[in-house]
Write a protein that binds this ligand. Structure first.
Ligand SMILES: Cc1cc2nc3c(=O)[nH]c(=O)nc-3n(C[C@H](O)[C@H](O)[C@H](O)COP(=O)(O)OP(=O)(O)OC[C@H]3O[C@@H](n4cnc5c(N)ncnc54)[C@H](O)[C@@H]3O)c2cc1C
Length: 487
């Protein structure tokens, strides 16, 4: 068996291994993560909302994580790469895992990778892609941590085929609030495992995970982008594509009366389909460095008029009906090069409203758009995906049917209208058997939660056994009373 051998660093104790170099990330505007162990910082969600002054610790070793957690006298929030949109990874006392990034082992025969929780998905791919292995589930960004991917049980554009990230985790090490390490798998500790997968960081700190990767012949996809004249046509195309293709996603022109759009369908490109002169060869990880932008002044440039104009341009020019070969990062993680998108919304950032709706209620989707148009609350971005079976994660978001992610400015002259509309939509979504994605949410009310997450009570029971002193916390938990302990 061929193992990836991480280099030993003589300066590290206990046989600790050196991680791949990681670029310091900006966790909020103007603030750079450093190796300092404790600092006061203002952090926010990726949508640039919820700026909060916190105590931030950035340990490197499992031992340090254990000590920090067990010795803390106040509630602790665990934070990965900070790519959740709002308040899920924010709390008064944050332990961030961005320096806990060793890849402990990688077996290129079996495709099993064992990595510390702060390792980003891009870092995993840097090691695995050249050997012909890829993550089976990749969300819209690869700049997230393994811990964050498990805690939100993230999904990709291939949910129908591959389910969620947590379904590919073979086992994980969780640091309980006492500091004890519990090694768990779906077989050994099913309750604790599925409470931690999708548990939004409230059962303890994931220290590392073993993940089963997926064999690939090349790191390229055969991709088509088809223009549609209505949302019904997009939905038909996406649904039909699940029979033949691996990945599908729809962009909807939410400002258009017929809700025209673009549907991108991709499938792995076999070796014989590749041209001979690809940079990096057939298995290129192709890392993308994130360029960070300051928020544009004031309310930025996103408004109803600019959305309409940009959508028209996109629909007319960004189409490619003939299959072309693209690197997987181009089709699956197109936003990974810059964070220009949240910056464009100005200083107050953006609200993303992502909901899931069962297939039987799919008729509600066009009606929701038309209603938003009628009250002049058109989302700046609308992305549509189709989901398959749910995972066993007790708070996992995906359920069979559709998901729509809608971006709205968090500061506009009509913010109040937007918030009132979304509150009304919450009720429609819940009544139709759907739910809101916790990793994106920053405005849902606590009383809606049990209506949307049927396993909430079961999760709360398991969680309170794992964290009887309620040490794990976050602003999300306080706002939604996820744990059931905030009255
Ligand atoms: C551009 C963009 C596109 C996205 N596309 C998708 C998508 O297609 N599908 C999808 O599902 N999501 C998507 N997301 C959301 C993102 O994948 C999730 O929010 C993910 O959880 C972020 O991971 P993170 O490492 O940044 O975690 P953070 O944002 O830091 O934390 C997220 C949650 O995980 C918990 N957590 C983090 N680390 C640990 C740990 N070590 N132990 C226990 N809990 C932990 C935190 O407490 C928090 O509750 C997208 C986000 C962005 C910015």
């Amino acid at each position: 068996m061929k193992f990836f051998e991480p280099t030993m660093d003589p300066g590290l104790k206990d046989g600790a291994m050196k991680s791949h170099p990681i670029t310091p990330r900006t966790t909020h505007e103007g603030f750079q993560s450093t190796t300092k162990s404790t600092q006061e910082a203002i952090i926010n969600g990726w949508g640039r909302t919820n700026p909060t002054r916190v105590q931030l610790r950035q340990p490197t070793t499992t031992h340090q994580l254990q000590q920090l957690l067990s010795s803390s006298t106040i509630p602790v929030t665990v934070r990965g790469a900070g790519r959740s949109y709002a308040d899920a990874a924010i709390g008064r006392s944050c332990i961030e895992t961005t320096l806990h990034t060793k890849i402990r082992s990688f077996d290129s025969d079996t495709g099993i990778i064992d990595a510390e929780s702060g390792t980003t998905l891009q870092d995993l791919h840097h090691v695995s892609i050249p050997a012909g292995w890829m993550l089976p589930v990749l969300p819209g960004t690869s700049h997230i941590s393994v811990g964050g991917a498990i805690a939100s049980d993230v999904h990709g554009k291939n949910h129908v085929h591959q389910g969620t990230f947590g379904q590919h985790v073979l086992s994980l090490e969780l640091i309980l609030p006492t500091g004890q390490i519990l090694t768990m798998s779906p077989q050994t500790h099913p309750d604790q495992f599925w409470a931690t997968v999708s548990g939004m960081g409230l059962t303890g700190i994931i220290s590392s995970a073993k993940i089963q990767l997926h064999r690939i012949e090349t790191s390229y996809l055969r991709s088509t982008q088809t223009r549609t004249r209505s949302i019904e046509e997009s939905m038909d195309l996406i649904k039909a594509s699940t029979q033949t293709s691996s990945y599908s996603v729809g962009w909807i022109d939410a400002a258009h009366s017929q809700l025209r759009g673009l549907v991108e369908i991709s499938t792995p490109a076999p070796l014989h389909a590749l041209p001979g002169n690809l940079p990096g060869g057939k298995l290129a990880p192709r890392a993308t460095k994130m360029h960070t932008f300051r928020s544009l002044p004031g309310n930025g440039i996103i408004n109803q008029a600019s959305t309409k104009a940009a959508n028209t341009l996109r629909w007319h020019y960004q189409t490619n009906p003939h299959a072309r070969i693209v690197h997987f990062t181009q089709a699956l993680t197109p936003l990974d090069k810059t964070d220009l998108w949240p910056a464009a919304f100005g200083r107050q950032g953006l609200i993303q409203y992502q909901f899931a709706l069962p297939t039987v209620s799919e008729k509600n989707i066009p009606s929701i758009f038309h209603w938003l148009q009628s009250i002049r609350t058109v989302p700046a971005l609308a992305v549509l995906k189709y989901f398959g079976e749910s995972s066993k994660g007790l708070l996992s978001f995906p359920q069979p049917g559709w998901t729509l992610a809608l971006d709205f400015p968090a500061a506009t002259p009509s913010l109040k209208t937007t918030l009132t509309a979304l509150t009304a939509l919450d009720k429609v979504i819940a009544a139709a058997g759907g739910r809101i994605y916790l990793a994106k949410d920053n405005r849902l009310s606590a009383h809606m939660l049990p209506l949307m997450y049927p396993h909430l009570q079961h999760w709360q029971t398991i969680r309170s056994e794992m964290d009887p002193e309620q040490k794990m916390d976050s602003l999300l938990n306080q706002r939604l009373n996820l744990s059931g302990m905030h009255s």
